[in-house]
Ligand binder design. Sequence first.
Ligand code: AMP
Ligand code: GLY
Length: 423
Amino acid sequence: MKVLIIGSGGREHALCWSVAKSSKVSKIYCAPGNAGIAQYAECVDIGAMEFEALAEFAKEKEIDLTIVGMDDPLVGGIVDVFEEKGLRVFGPRKNAAILEGSKAFSKDLMKKYQIPTAAYENFDSSEEALAYLEQAKFPIVLKADGLALGKGVLICNTLEEAQAGVKSIMMDKKFGTAGNRMVIEEFMTGREVSVLSFVDGKTIQTMTSAQDHKRAKDGDQGLNTGGMGTFSPSPFYTKEVDEFCRKYIYQATVDAMAEEGRPFQGIIFFGLMLTPEGPKVLEYNARFGDPEAQVVLPRMKNDIIDVCQACIDGTLSNIKLEFEDNAAVCVVLASDGYPLQYEKGFVINGLERFEEQDGYYVFHAGTRQTEEGIVTNGGRVLGVTAKGADLKEARANAYEAVTWIDFENKYCRSDIGKAIDEA
Ligand code: AMP
Ligand code: GLY
């Protein structure tokens, strides 16, 4: 069969790699893709938000299955456009992708169905938000309602900071229309865990857990980024935590969406905080995490095509998801200066080392093929993933593989997975 993957980051590279392993797949296209994805897929120069052009391409090439990696097209309704044209596509429809597309919607859903999450209020006007802050407890968390590249969350320690935050989100529109509404919620403490799951509208099957590192600098300092590295599984995601989440969070979310007339088919990514009162939902995403996908997919034993097809057909209960009994660590190699300003266009050396090594992967995020070779083309450039028998071994392997790669302005955190020493 022919598969089209939509997106261009490390997550989509990991998806292409996973899809390429399936014996059922004869040809992969990726729109728009990147230099690493080009090893497995024919990259097509159509942007992820050009729904009509993408659907036309899928028709013309007789694509059997399209997998959407990114949040923007999902929230924008790409699945509905493909389905209207009779094309088979993996991902939630627009009315279900709202689970990620509107934080106010997801908070109201959790409240209505008693799914554990931080206490909150939604606001449509800055005046009401500012009035509410007068009696609030600090620290407090402000969230732009819509998609904001993972940057629309502000943790404010004082009333003054929170007032400035409301102004930047709702009045100055720092995150554009994402800030037309806002959630103000209680500050929670605890460890964060990402749990990704496949969902077919009624059945949910969770994947192995992972933990992201969102801040740019060691010791969780510096600005928030798309993610500087991950490890899987999380040693803090114990059997007890899993049991609690199964009982109160996972199926409850899927049932709630179905009850609301918004059956969810695709990936639900649960961002969880393990608080002293128990696990609570920080946020939902409607897609694989990046870089979470780069540690979870290499450990998955199933043929990803079978699982995606079962989600579309509503037959996920027939599938048994299986993961290797090992661990993986991904260290993101970024351009120095990310997430603010950075230079690009530097030649990357050492990529070929990964071709001969089982259990080592280099997933491309921001790269470009030029006549001089593959060059840096973004803030996050590569994700270097290594497996190991346990997390310690995987971390040592990943940091060894980081030294194989060389490019000017290469930057990475040196403490990805350090938390496992505290487990
Ligand atoms: P989100 O995009 O909602 O996952 O938020 C981004 C990051 O902000 C999370 O990964 C947390 O580190 C932090 N965060 C979000 N909500 C809260 C909260 N209620 N309490 C504490 N930290 C939070
Ligand atoms: N790594 C976090 C995300 O994909 O949203």
